[in-house]
Design a protein around this ligand. Sequence first.
Ligand code: EPU
Length: 352
Amino acid sequence: MQNAECRSRVNQGGGRRAEGGGQPGAENGGQRPENGAADFRPPGCGLRPPAWAHLADELADRLSRESVIRRNEPLAKHTTLRVGGPAEVYVEPAGEGDLALVLRFCRQHELPLLVIGRGSNLLVKDGGFPGVVICLAQPQFTRIEIAGQRLHCGAGARLKQVAVEARRHGLAGLEFLEGIPGSVGGALRMNAGAMGGATFDVVESVRLMDYSGAVRECKVGELAVEYRSCPMLKTHIALSAVWVGWADLPEGIGQRMNQFSRKRWNSQPAAPSAGCIFKNPLSIPAGRLIDELGLKGTRVGGAMVSAEHGNFIVTDPAASARDVLGLIDLVRGRVRAERGIELETEVEIVGQ
Ligand code: EPU
């Protein structure tokens, strides 16, 4: 049985904080790809129609008061594409203890689980996510601490902030993060990259939690790393990472960041998007391919292939996830038919 106080801790419909304190919900400020979305469903679990309100109350009862928990949280506001339905339950754990507790709770009740970062590489379907969505947006997970040439960054820290802190402390090598609108956790999961740099080029170690709540530290050499992927982070959640830079003058670092920023603004759209929607095939960059096929400006409902960069789909306020998915299918179909190339989405598609 839930008592009234416990019930009152879970907000309905999103937008407000759960009673108990903490930081505002994850913001995404019109940004793009990160995102480390880890979508986990324990093997063999058949999803029973769960009594979500009851489950949310029960979970709220177990979490510390600093954690945030909401029901029916619109995920469109947690993604940079700005489309998609709600999460049954949305949680911002206050720290590692509460995160482990949420993971064990989901396992115990066989609930689908999705970990999101800044939602910049995430497409949530219009029916929303029928489970628990975790966002590491609370201060325990967003810290950036500098020690010599190392930056210790929580998984929820913004990449832009990491780049700015590195510049402020005269640490070079992380300039490319400036334009990636994701979080540290998302960048790790995606091995995000830009301007010739990639996350795992400059990460030394990662702190991880498995879905039973056990924590371990991994040196980068222990992790398999691929183009836009770190497979270990499909079965583990990144908690933090140590990045290493090298000493340089902040002015020089700032100049390189400005140069990257100008290049990005000149070649990529400012409208809401999830960054590059497809991975680059080995033979040709997806953007050039889509451009060559004359698909820029192609529209499905409120979603359009960007006129600035062929590998971006931009959305207007009326867009739905269905529009974006329809446009992805259309582009993939044309590329398959005309060039025999199978485009693979870089953006993670979740929900129902
Ligand atoms: N190109 C065209 N037409 C277009 C777009 C691109 O001809 O509409 C050409 C460009 O002129 C260039 C080539 O295609 O010769 C590659 O384009 P670009 O330099 O923009 O790089 P990209 O491979 O399309 C990658 C990353 C971006 C990152 C940029 C800049 C991938 C899938 N994308 O894009 O990352 O910002 O490099 O470094 O690896 C993301 O991953 O979401 C993302 C935005």
